[in-house]
Design a protein around this ligand. Structure first.
Ligand SMILES: *[C@@H]1O[C@H](CO)[C@@H](O)[C@H](O)[C@H]1NC(C)=O
Ligand SMILES: *[C@@H]1O[C@H](CO)[C@@H](O)[C@H](O)[C@H]1NC(C)=O
Ligand SMILES: *[C@@H]1O[C@H](CO)[C@@H](O)[C@H](O)[C@H]1NC(C)=O
Ligand SMILES: *[C@@H]1O[C@H](CO)[C@@H](O)[C@H](O)[C@H]1NC(C)=O
Length: 137
């Protein structure tokens, strides 16, 4: 076997083993992560997020949630969550950051969130804009 064939085989194995875990999270996974977090918030906050139902945040027009545009063969994915100034009360403790790793914008400014920003926020490796201003962290 030539070196380049070996290299191609190794590369294929690498992709098989690791690519699925780095791939875009499915919108069903994203939906359950967001619903789990919603459930951890207080009643008033849950009612603010009452449009958060179902299993595809991109089809169901969830408050504060935006998706990129689908391209040929690729479904849209949640890229932005902006929930500002609605007295959102609770913590980020139940936020499944790994499932939200495709988020680019996460803006929770001017709310009443408390506790600490979990170190697992680092799992959100595509995040370019994070605002937690004016909360009680
Ligand atoms: C999504 O919901 C918002 C607020 O409820 C509404 O203003 C907007 O028209 C809706 N968009 C679509 C595409 O349904
Ligand atoms: C999606 O496409 C629409 C219509 O072409 C455009 O107005 C909008 O800005 C696009 N959204 C994103 C996130 O690229
Ligand atoms: C914000 O929410 C908390 C908890 O539900 C409530 O006690 C407080 O009165 C609310 N504040 C405002 C300004 O609505
Ligand atoms: C997410 O972040 C936490 C804390 O930094 C880390 O322990 C965990 O392994 C990460 N999860 C994944 C799937 O990378």
């Amino acid at each position: 076997m030539s070196g380049s064939v070996v290299a191609v085989l190794l590369f294929s194995c690498y992709n098989l083993l690791y690519a699925p875990s780095l791939a875009t999270a499915t919108q069903t996974v994203v939906a359950s992560a967001l619903l789990k977090w919603k459930t951890s918030l207080d009643k008033q906050s849950q009612s603010v997020l009452s449009s958060w139902v179902g299993s595809n945040p991109c089809h169901n027009n969830w408050t504060g949630v935006s998706c990129n545009n689908a391209t040929a063969g690729v479904e849209s994915v949640v890229t932005s969550i902006k929930i500002q100034n609605v007295n959102l009360t609770g913590t980020l403790g139940d936020l499944d950051t790994w499932s939200l790793r495709n988020l680019e914008t996460f803006d929770l400014s001017n709310n009443a969130l408390y506790g600490s920003i979990p170190s697992s926020i680092g799992n959100m490796s595509n995040l370019r804009y994070l605002s937690s201003n004016a909360n009680n962290f």
